[in-house]
Design a protein around this ligand. Sequence first.
Ligand SMILES: [Zn+2]
Ligand SMILES: [Zn+2]
Ligand SMILES: [Zn+2]
Length: 772
Amino acid sequence: MLVRRRIHVAGIVQGVGFRPYVYRLATERHLAGQIINTSSGVVIEVEGAAEVVDDFLASLPAQAPPQALVTDIRVVEIHRTGKSDFCILASDPSASVRTLISPDMATCAGCLRELFDPADRRYRYPFINCTNCGPRFSIVRGIPYDRPQTSMSVFPMCPRCLAEYEDPRNRRFHAQPNACWQCGPQLEFCDSRGQRLPVDDPIAEAVARLRAGEIVAVKGLGGFHLAADATNSRAVGRLRERKRRIEKPFAVMVSDLESVSRFCTLGSEDGELLCLPQRPIVLLPRMKPCPLADSIAPFNLYLGIFLPYTPVHHLLFKDSELQALVMTSGNLSEEPIAIGNSEAVARLGDIADWFLLHNREILLRCDDSVLRRVGGRPRQLRRSRGFVPVPVFLKREFPPTLAVGGELKNTICLLRGREAFLSQHIGDLENVEAYKFFQEAVDHFQRILEIRPRIVAYDLHPDYFATRWAQKQPGMQAVGVQHHHAHIASCMAENDLAGRVIGFALDGTGYGTDGCIWGGEVLLADYLDFERAAHLAYVPLPGGAAAIREPWRMAVSHLWASFGPALLELPIPLFRQIPRTKVLTVLQMMERQVNSPLTSSCGRLFDAVAALINLRLEVNYEAQAAIELEMCRDEAAAGEPYPFGLSQAGNLLQIDSRPLFRAIVEDLLRGAAAGEISRRFHDGLVRALAAIARILRKRTSLNTVCLSGGTFQNACLASGLEHQLESEGFEVYTHSQVPAGDGGISLGQAVVAAHRATTGAGVLAPPGSENK
Ligand SMILES: [Zn+2]
Ligand SMILES: [Zn+2]
Ligand SMILES: [Zn+2]
């Protein structure tokens, strides 16, 4: 029997070689019909024998190109036309756009072969790409995703490129960034003021400068990198100094997988992560000894490693004898990554000795993504290049909603139907540059996704940039979402959970509904609301932000809670490091309650322990003390987990850290090693949290637990608690698609706000009003 069927395919099906794929699939089977790109994906019509059409349909999702993501297929019977050819029709530039834009993708194996094939017309061409690879998200101006809507629009294709572009059998058919030496973007080599140098081969020049220990700013896919030879301590030291980045680890790009094993312990699963088409930075245990400069990641047992992902990267390593390059974001300190040529020269001219530039415009900056394997599973530490803008798929439909995220590691999230689009890493909204980037990202995402949100979700902290921005937006229903509720809702959303859960939200800082600084929270939560069921007992944060920069203050705060004024008599190593006058000042602040807000922060608990054992008294980057405390843990050390106390007021449980600090002081006085204290602390915290879970299960009959918050980026705590809870029969959910840290809260904010708005449930009072 002959049939004709119309097939709607939704997902990432444009710009990824989907039409040539379908063309091949149909013509191989001698099926007639057509395919067209529409605003909602692709629409295919096929005509032929019913069983052949069935076979076509079965193969369609199964053999799709590697970068395609098919999310929905709908099939209807239509009238036969009797035509016998299969054709690809021009795109339909119609109204509402529901298709998905592909992320930027690493150079594929096919392009790599051509890149180094002297007989190929693109031999050593630094911008070689095809439908399986190359820039996408970072060069898109609008949709539908076609060349005029990208920053490639200024490069008219030469006849040979155009022929490939128009040939449905070619793997460059409708590859929007398609280009070659004749028609495409070009590299140039410039000095630190942006003056072009008359060199024949900009790559060879950059390699020579890098090998001489100089710093080269390299324009990449989503922004600039600052590159230096990672085996050259002086070069790395100079980069640190000029970038004003003290101790915070640098990422290292290594020439190939085989070379990685010279620097890091590499499991087979880690190799797979490094080779993902997104080419993320992966945290790997550093070899001892390691031929790379120590100053790349001081006091850290891990290195952030990634593999080359653009033709320029591959060319830099080929034949250069460079094994590894520090490739750190092209910015000063915590500012956003630079993307424009003149912008980069202005901002990076004092850091870089040279610039390797090109003339393809980057339209939206996008930092590298960072993954770490915890408990055998990859976790997102920073979800950015390669992953954005692939949405998180949700179970139910939502009205168009914008969530503006938090203050640190900011991302935004747009909801549309069943899709949640998280932005790339925007960063800490503490400087003007980052705030501008935030506004750019909001505008750009709304434009390329054609979403006009009616609801805007924000964090309750009244002083956050994003919160104040959200409250100024006209014509939108503004919904405040508590920080830790957003963490738990984010974990629920990516795991498709419904109903109520026991949520552990552990992090550094989040504004509480009582005006205190929360951060060690156990919530009974659903998408609408939460009950605070337990928290770490409050202690003062003496000096506010100063206590975050100087963990020794938190040690004094916890000692004060545990020992009172007698803490001054303790013969502990900390007091040999910190002058007595400083300690007394902090004590006075707390006694008089001056600039000492109360906090239940778990991050600050880690800080206090790290400072007390003299590991880290002041930090140079966020979570440094907690990271070093995790690093020093001695798995083989003996000793019971440290004790925590538990008290109850009504239904609210409080986790008392005083027994912990008394035990640590006792151990310090008997000369216990830091590695032992670290291990017993981690284990003690796991035991205390598991005890809370059991109490709450008994009280509520809930058995589902969600773990979220930046503290769960600590592998010992995350896998320790997961393992413990699972062994006690809990169903434990964590993050895998979005970060557990504040980069993931915009998702939670969005789903909570959308639930509240659609069910007409109470909207929380505006921030700040809780205290009035
Ligand atoms: Zn390719
Ligand atoms: Zn060309
Ligand atoms: Zn948080």
